[in-house]
Design a protein around this ligand. Structure first.
Ligand code: ATP
Length: 233
């Protein structure tokens, strides 16, 4: 098992916006995330945070540079390999939970495992174990509409980790929650990360939350910097 969950090197990305010209969003971005690390990504609006998360998550491709996930070099590979790597090695969490409303909390965590080839009983046992880690075992049979915002988000974390990925990418995962709930949800996320040993890259505008992570990266002017360090790797 590779200790490096994500490696980005020399990433360049420019969008061509027709008459308004090109916008150079990422400029020579290097980033290495090791398993067990929780890293904050802080960026002003429009700085390219989503672009970076999409490239790291194999949803978009850079113009230049290399992307490797869990030790697999994925630069220039076809869609099938990228989709397989994404399904097995990457979990996503967004500001809104996007749980399927017609399924229970446990079923929402079972479904991605079935898509990845697991048997129902095995998938259900893992769903319950993950829910237990975030203090939600008593809510396993509730539908999302019967859960609070913080509870829904804790289920979304469990779903993202259902297939035991190497990497979790989160975009403002507590951005929609009040400060107390945000703290509970963040603590749950940290428990899951510590329990599973994955790497997490968490975009946030909350500087207090960022300061509690292992490292804080700033994205601005197309470049990634780490406070007190000259590069981001
Ligand atoms: N498909 C696209 N075509 C053209 N320009 C784009 C495209 N996607 C993003 N951009 C531009 O690239 C820049 C970075 O966008 P991105 O969505 O990555 O920013 P962001 O940091 O996630 O912003 P926010 O925090 O406001 O969501 C912005 O100027 C945006 O307008």
């Amino acid at each position: 098992m590779s200790e490096t969950a994500l490696s980005l090197s020399g990433i360049e990305k420019t969008y061509n916006r027709g008459k308004t010209g090109a916008v150079h969003v990422l400029s020579g971005v290097d980033l290495t995330l090791k398993r067990g690390e929780v890293v904050a990504l802080v960026a002003p609006s429009g700085a390219g945070k989503s672009t970076l998360l999409h490239i790291a998550g194999l949803l978009d491709t850079p113009d230049e540079g290399h992307v490797s996930v869990a030790g697999q070099e994925l630069t220039g590979t076809g869609d099938a390999r990228r989709t397989a790597a994404r399904r097995a090695e990457i979990g996503f969490v967004y500001q809104f939970h996007h749980l399927l409303p017609e399924f229970t909390a446990a079923e929402n965590i079972v479904l991605p495992q079935l898509a990845n080839g697991a048997a129902w009983a095995e998938a259900e046992a893992r769903a319950k174990e993950l829910l237990g880690t975030v203090g939600m075992d008593h809510r396993a049979d509730h539908r999302p509409s019967a859960l609070s915002g913080g509870e829904q988000q804790r289920v979304a974390f469990c779903r993202a980790l259902a297939n035991a990925p190497a990497l979790l990418l989160a975009d403002e995962p507590t951005g929609n929650l009040d400060p107390t709930t945000s703290d509970t949800v963040f603590a749950a996320l940290m428990s899951l990360v510590r329990e599973t040993g994955l790497a997490a890259l968490i975009a946030t505008h909350n500087l207090e939350l960022a300061s509690r992570m292992d490292r804080v990266l700033h994205l601005d002017g197309g470049r990634l910097t780490e406070r007190g360090r000259s590069g981001a790797s």
